[in-house]
Ligand binder design. Structure first.
Ligand SMILES: Nc1ncnc2c1ncn2[C@@H]1O[C@H](COP(=O)(O)OP(=O)(O)OP(=O)(O)O)[C@@H](O)[C@H]1O
Length: 239
């Protein structure tokens, strides 16, 4: 669906955070961006979601240049962001989060009904009347993704969705993301560690200081080789 060409973006025109990013998200699979703190992962996702305007380069959506689109336009086109830090509405219940978020009128992505997102995240079904701030970290993350799915996305941008979660809960979240391409949703997920990315994604890009490496095909063992060659960015034991 989305492809960037030589994309440069940042918060100040004279100090770009992202440099010449070429990213191809046309395959309906799980794509991962891996990089250390400050590499620019969030900046990239925010640029694709229309929260930041690129300073150079292109963002093509279905072949059309939509560089500098607004977040509402991105959402209408089928791009949904599940942000880092979750950003739930603290005074709304789980049920309210899921009912106030709806697909755009002429959406082209798959519609996710409330029953379907509760099937994906059964933990939320028992928490329908709890408010955002009453949920555990894992439940908040699940709700963040569930809310994004309610917009009927064609592309889900998930920013460090397993951050701070217990391994079993992180595994539940990863399982859902892994299954989304079967429903027609392309996933771009950011993760701090390459080992987790190689397990979850079909292709893995390493982002270092705002520069993106060539995609590694997780299935071909390239990512595993990268780990073995000690190019991993942080200790895999920390995952
Ligand atoms: N709102 C902002 N204004 C100015 N600079 C920012 C802003 N947000 C991030 N930055 C800077 O942009 C660079 C990339 O940050 P970004 O949050 O995109 O990295 P990241 O890879 O997502 O890291 P993390 O895993 O810590 O979130 C950092 O140098 C950061 O200080």
């Amino acid at each position: 669906m989305l492809r960037t060409g030589d994309l440069t973006a940042g918060y100040h025109r004279d100090t770009p955070v992202l440099h010449g990013i070429d990213l191809d998200l046309t395959a309906v699979t799980v794509h991962a961006i891996v990089g250390p703190n400050g590499a620019g992962k969030t900046t990239l996702l925010h640029t694709l979601a229309g929260h930041l305007r690129p300073t150079a380069g292109t963002v093509l959506c279905d072949g059309r240049d939509i560089s500098g689109w607004r977040p509402t336009h991105a959402a209408r086109t089928g791009v949904a962001l599940a942000p880092q830090g979750r950003r739930l509405w603290p005074s709304l219940t789980v049920a309210e989060h899921l009912t106030v978020t709806r697909p755009a009128r002429h959406h082209r992505g798959p519609a996710f009904g409330i029953d379907e997102v509760l099937n994906l995240f059964p933990a939320l079904a028992g928490r329908l009347h709890h408010r955002g701030h009453q949920l555990s970290g894992g439940e908040q993350q699940m709700l963040t993704i569930a809310r994004a799915l309610r917009t009927a996305p064609r592309l889900l941008l998930a920013d460090e969705p397993t951050e701070g979660l217990a391994p079993t809960v992180a595994g539940q979240v990863a399982d859902v993301l892994r299954r989304l391409p079967q429903r027609g949703v392309t996933v771009l997920v950011t993760l701090p560690h390459i080992r987790a990315a190689a397990t979850l994604a079909d292709s893995v890009h390493v982002l270092t200081a705002g520069r993106l490496g060539q995609p590694l095909d997780a299935g071909s063992g390239q990512a595993e080789r990268l780990i073995r060659d000690h190019l991993t960015l942080t200790s895999p034991r920390a995952e």
